[in-house]
Design a protein around this ligand. Sequence first.
Ligand code: ADP
Ligand code: MG
Length: 161
Amino acid sequence: TGTPTRVKTLRLASPEETHSLGVRLGKLLQPGDFVGLIGDLGAGKTHLVRGVAEGAEVPRSEVASPTFAIVYPYSGRIPLYHADLYRLTNYDDLYSTGLLDMVETGDGASLVEWLDRIPEAAPREFLRVTLRHAGADARELTAEAFGARPTALLEAWAPGA
Ligand code: ADP
Ligand code: MG
C-alpha cells in the first residue's frame, strides 16, 4: 500500500459526532470511491457507515439490523456497497461475495469494514479510516488517503483537521 498521500486525525467525543462525520462523508462520496474501515469490535465502524448511508440518502429501511451477509448493497444518491470482512480469512473468499466485481464496476462507493483482514481487497487508490477507543464515548479517527482522489475527498471531508 505504501505511504499515505495525506493523513488526518480527528477526535470524536460522542456517537453523535461520529454519526455527523459519517453523514458528511456520505454527501461527498462519488462512484469509484473506496473507504476501508479498521478498528476493534465496538470501535464505531458500523456506526460511521450508518451516518454515511444517511448522507448518501439511502432509505432508512435499507440499513437494516445486522445479518450474516458479507456485502450489503444500498441504493442511495449513488449505490453504496457496505461490506464486513470480519468472517473472511483469504482473498479467494472475496470472489463469491461479489464485492470485487462491485468495486471493479465502479458504479458505486464501497465501505469495507475489517479491511485489515484482507488488505488486498482495496483498489490502488483508497481512503483508510482507523477508529480507536479513546474513552467510553470517545474515539480517535485516523484517515489516511492513498492517491489523488482519496486526498481530495479527505480534504473536503475534514478541512483544517
Ligand atoms: P464496530 O462496527 O466497529 O464493531 P459499532 O459501530 O457496531 O462498532 O459499535 C460502536 C458502539 O460504540 C456503538 O454501541 C456506539 O453507540 C458506541 N460508541 C460510543 N462512543 C462512540 C463514538 N464516539 N463513536 C462511535 N460509536 C460510539
Ligand atoms: Mg461493524
